[in-house]
Design a protein around this ligand. Sequence first.
Ligand code: NAP
Length: 273
Amino acid sequence: MLRTALNQSVRKLSGTCSSIKCNRLEGKIAVVTGSTDGIGLSIAKRLAQEGAKVVISSRREANVKKAIEELKSEGLQATGIVCHVGKAEDRKRLFEKTKADFGGLDILVSNVAVNPVMSTVMDTAEEAWDKIFDVNVKATYLLMQESLPLLKCSKSPSIVIVSSIAGYQPFSLLGVYSISKTALLGLTKVTADELACDGIRVNCIAPGIIMTKFSKAIYETEGAHETAVSNISMGRLGQPDEVAGTAAFLASDDAAYITGETIVVAGGMKSRL
Ligand code: NAP
């Protein structure tokens, strides 16, 4: 019962968030990876609500079509293409499509991550290490590198990387995933410095526990939900829309003098390395 009441008030809150309207991203073009569901879809929607033209992508064509329709039905500007971020050909097509449909790129949001195993670090097989690092870390770097020719032509280019609170405070049995998310904090720092001379800002978001398919094992089990909430000052899990507003801020000129930073969006969960 407590959970139902909590979820109702959270829904009210996220309704308030999605009614926020400003046009900070008018005229900008954005690519959001893994944007057919969860945090990525919310970010894509929010960027479009603020005026950006958005390129949707994920592994499944049906999901891409559905997300584009959802945005278009709200009068938002969107196109899209299948892109498994671990596949070089897919990434190439993603940026070709972006250029062909919208003519350039101002904002890259690297949102995809995977976690194929629940195990201690010492028990994690090499194949799982490879998959986690290939998708979560290497693909993020490759997307950044491959987007540079387009971003360098933008007047205010920016990159937003989605890490996790687990990058600061590792989750037990998500050890290698947590390490990959810590690596993204480092990737943000290093590339922000390297790309500053091109006027490209690089920032990062570390979401706490956000109610998506990815985290449903936590909120679908009463015990796991209670344990999770006991570590959150605000006493509830987050909603994808509550991460999206931070992405829009970081991508906008309101954050024009911010680079190399990570914003934790976690309702007060502990977040120190
Ligand atoms: P989600 O709800 O499971 O959504 C994942 C999205 O990514 C879907 O659109 C999925 O669509 C797509 N996707 C999955 N693998 C992909 C791949 N290899 N290439 C391209 N697209 C792929 O996940 P989420 O919770 O929103 O997570 C998004 C990001 O937030 C991740 O980086 C995650 O680590 C981070 N995060 C999440 C939480 C949380 O509590 N939810 C907390 C901290 C950080 P297809 O199936 O069609 O590919």
